[in-house]
Design a protein around this ligand. Structure first.
Ligand code: 5RP
Length: 222
């Protein structure tokens, strides 16, 4: 079985009747949402989802999961993917440009479960360029500031199209390669203090559980 799907199916077992579920974004959470929807339709599991992107919102609706928002409900459990996971369960997220709403939903949840395949496990964060969502007008000054902090920075562009990726919030994404990150929690705070930065993709100390799909089966890290 696909390793991402394996992790996603195990995460669905964590969901209880009546839960309000944060729905992450990406190919791994795609499997989770589809399977959760199957249980809603076939096993009459009663849940509602709080999506972290338009992509997840539409997939939830298609899958038969009722959608709500943080304005109406607290999230019991959020399930989301990641681009990197270190041994302390710090994450890099934002490969899908959805990390701002993901961090809002995931951090507000009673429990935050991460689902990944084994390729996402790293000794230290930083090989994956760190996504930084910026207000468009601040793009150039933020780029210069990140470069002065030692990063190599690119503006994320749309594959096969002209122009930058625009997030669900109407902003741009800078991908900042810092190399190995020694202090994820410190860098997370420092980046968010730059004027014009909306949110960065370091999720330090937020994950309660990481479910990993491996060739040898599912592993759970806590
Ligand atoms: C989106 C994310 C995704 O969770 C992350 O990029 C992992 O994606 P995938 O499950 O497709 O590997 O942070 O912003």
């Amino acid at each position: 079985m696909d390793l991402k799907r394996m992790a996603a199916l195990r995460a669905v077992e964590e969901i209880r009747d009546g839960d309000i579920v944060g729905l992450g974004t990406g190919s791994t959470t795609h499997h989770f949402i589809v399977e959760l929807g199957r249980r809603v339709r076939e096993e009459e599991l009663e849940v509602m989802g709080v999506p972290t992107s338009y992509q997840s919102m539409f997939l939830a609706a298609e899958s038969g999961i009722g959608v709500t928002s943080l304005a109406e409900h607290d999230v019991d459990v959020a399930v989301d993917g990641a681009d990197e996971v270190d041994p302390q369960l710090n994450l890099i997220k934002g490969g899908g440009a959805a990390h701002t709403l993901e961090k809002i939903v995931d951090s507000s949840a009673g429990r935050f479960i991460v689902i990944v395949d084994e390729s996402k496990l790293v000794d230290r964060l930083g090989a994956f360029p760190l996504p930084v969502e910026v207000i468009p007008a601040a793009c150039r000054p933020v780029m210069i500031r990140l470069e002065s902090m030692g990063a190599t920075v690119t503006l994320r562009s749309c594959e096969g199209k002209d122009g930058p990726v625009v997030t669900d919030n109407g902003n741009f994404v800078l991908d900042a390669s810092f190399g190995a990150i020694d202090d994820p929690a410190g860098l997370e705070v420092d980046l968010n203090s730059i004027p014009g930065v909306v949110e960065n993709g370091i999720f330090a100390g937020l994950a309660d559980m990481v479910i990993v799909g491996t060739a040898g089966g599912v592993e759970v890290l806590r």
